[in-house]
Design a protein around this ligand. Structure first.
Ligand SMILES: [Zn+2]
Length: 168
């Protein structure tokens, strides 16, 4: 059986090349894809029938919460992140061979704990020019790379570094 790819928003933002016909994501992730170029790519693969937007049950989500409750990462995962991990878990429980495509280190760490395979886009060898930006986990405000604090000045939530593709 061909591997199922579970795609995080970063897969689209960082230019993951879809080669498989079996690609999944959760509805919440689609809302994180905001920039025009990534959105076009996303809509194109949906229209071509290459991406299934699959929701997960709250039972499945609480299963994942239980598994990772001991991990410090649970506090750093957003709701969409948890849904994505739950989707990968659900597919692997169904006996599918799953690989999650994400550049989010918190998601990667959690998948490692859960023994679910993942891959970042750098390791896939996709070429591009990348940069970092800082994003608030709470209100999603974006800060310049040199913003000196770990917490958001607007809402006080934690700030993450995200890798973004720089358009030439
Ligand atoms: Zn904020």
């Amino acid at each position: 059986m061909e591997t199922c790819y579970v795609l995080d928003a970063s897969a689209f933002i960082n230019g993951f090349q879809i080669t498989s016909k079996r690609n999944y994501t959760v509805p919440e992730i689609t809302e994180e894809i905001k920039d025009f170029e990534s959105r076009l790519k996303f809509d194109a693969v949906v229209n071509e029938g290459l991406l299934v937007i699959q929701d997960v049950s709250s039972l499945c989500l609480s299963c994942v919460n239980n598994i990772i409750s001991e991990s410090g990462d649970i506090l750093r995962l957003s709701f969409p992140d948890k849904k994505l991990i739950a989707l990968a878990y659900m597919l692997s429980q169904k006996g599918e061979s799953v690989k999650v495509i994400t550049d989010d280190y918190t998601i990667q760490n959690t998948l490692k704990i859960m023994d679910i395979p993942y891959s970042g886009i750098i390791t896939e060898g996709i070429k591009g020019i990348y940069n970092w930006k800082k994003v608030c986990e709470g209100c999603k405000k974006e800060f310049p790379d040199d913003y000196p604090f770990d917490d958001c000045e607007i809402c006080g939530s934690k700030i993450f570094k995200k890798r973004i593709k720089v358009t030439k």
